[in-house]
Ligand binder design. Structure first.
Ligand SMILES: Cc1cc2nc3c(=O)[nH]c(=O)nc-3n(C[C@H](O)[C@H](O)[C@H](O)COP(=O)(O)O)c2cc1C
Ligand code: SF4
Length: 376
């Protein structure tokens, strides 16, 4: 059975949380099940789903069709930016003409906002509503789209699933490093000499990733943001002991997430970069839950006050209060991700906060690429 092969392979989701895919497949049972490929990619620093859907649409569709057969589904959706649709439509029409007798995959437009890729936003959107999270606690595996058992996974997860079906669990496991299973797509960005999407072994040491794929000397970096805007910072002194696995990155409040690795050069101010991201996250709240709607912008402004060197101990106390107040209080994981990022920023840039309070900053310039987040 495919679920057994996926369990043996140790495949975890590539959409952010890294949940075991076999457990998700096993949780789907009952009639009129639904399968959805999540290619929303609302994370501003990620490009891997767009690249995957452009370069290997059939691999993703293979994975969707295989998963649909596994859970007995005839209703399959692929949720992605409309800019990708003509290319995907072409791939789907090739399959129809080949008469493969597989379930038809319906394309649904993802609006590109940060929360539009959250799983209940997708259920809402395909059900005819806006792409914002549903205020509900029910598991989608038992009651998802129109109350039916629904499997939602990231498009890269479906691509790996298709490869496991072809080459087996052992092959997939052997592609990882340091005991981790498989490969993952990583979007390299920021102050790296080589940026873009690469496929790397899970468990690769971060320094090796930066040198071999990013063609960058780790000493040229102040910190690396791992896991994107819901992730955390690993500072340059911590890089040498860190590998690309959830366990190794967890002490820094980071994780592989959806494969974002963003380098911050030594000449950049970490606090300034963090404020830009925290403000962006505050603006992305779907404004349905009080702690998220009010707490996230307040967290961003407290962080801005730390960056401006204003009453650092009062601002830090306020940040401790706000992060505790917001954590776990939303109807979706957005506020938790924002809290994780802010806590990680305070930890990684504690030294910079002291410098700013004393009227100094080691950095020479603001961070290009964060302009959109800072100014919007
Ligand atoms: C605010 C927010 C935004 C998210 N955006 C995405 C996204 O753009 N793409 C994605 O695959 N998962 C996203 N997720 C995670 C999904 O809710 C879901 O867990 C994921 O698609 C499951 O796929 P996986 O098991 O393959 O990781 C987001 C979660 C949150 C809380
Ligand atoms: S926690 Fe925030 S983003 Fe999530 S549903 Fe509530 S208001 Fe919307």
């Amino acid at each position: 059975m495919l679920t057994d092969a996926v369990a043996g392979a140790g495949l975890t989701g590539r959409g952010g949380a890294g949940f075991p895919t076999a457990d998700k497949l096993a949780a789907i049972s009952g009639r009129r099940t639904v399968v959805i490929g999540n290619g929303a990619e609302g994370e501003p620093l990620s490009d891997k789903d767009a690249v995957l859907l452009s370069c290997a649409p059939h691999l993703v569709i293979d994975g969707l069709v295989l998963a649909a057969r596994e859970v007995g589904s005839r209703e399959v959706y692929l949720y992605a930016d409309e800019a990708r649709h003509p290319h995907l439509e072409h791939a789907l029409s090739e399959r129809r003409s080949a008469g493969r007798g597989e379930p038809d995959v319906r394309l649904i437009g993802a609006p590109g906002t940060f929360v539009s890729g959250e799983k209940s936003s997708i259920v809402n959107r395909i059900g005819g509503g806006p792409a914002v999270p549903l205020d509900r606690r029910t598991h989608l595996s038992t009651s998802g789209l129109r109350g039916r058992p629904t499997l939602i996974s990231n498009v890269e997860t479906f691509a790996h699933l298709a490869m496991i079906a072809r080459y087996g669990a052992h092959w997939f496991r052997s592609r990882g490093m340091n005991g981790a299973a498989g490969t993952m797509l990583v979007t390299l960005s920021g102050d790296l000499r080589s940026v873009g999407v690469v496929e790397v072994p899970m468990g690769i040491p971060l320094e090796q990733l930066l040198i071999e794929y990013g063609r960058t000397d780790p000493h040229a970096l102040r910190a690396v943001l791992c896991g994107g805007y819901h992730g955390g910072w690993v500072t340059s002194t911590e890089l040498h002991s860190t590998i690309l696995t959830p366990g190794s990155l967890a002490p820094y409040g980071a994780g592989p997430g959806a494969g974002v690795v963003h380098g911050l050069g030594v000449e950049r101010c970490g606090l300034t970069a963090a404020v830009g991201i925290a403000r962006f996250l505050g603006q992305q709240s779907a404004r349905q839950c009080g702690p998220c709607t009010n707490g996230l912008p307040r967290m961003a402004e407290s962080l801005a006050n730390v960056a401006a060197g204003r009453s650092p101990s009062r601002c830090e106390q306020e940040l401790l209060f706000l992060t505790d107040m917001v954590d776990g209080r939303g109807a979706c994981g957005h506020p938790d991700g924002a809290v994780r990022f802010v806590r990680s920023s305070m930890r990684a840039f504690a030294g910079d906060a002291r410098h700013h309070a004393a009227g100094r900053c080691e950095a020479r310039s603001a961070v290009p690429g964060f302009d959109r987040a800072v100014s919007s």
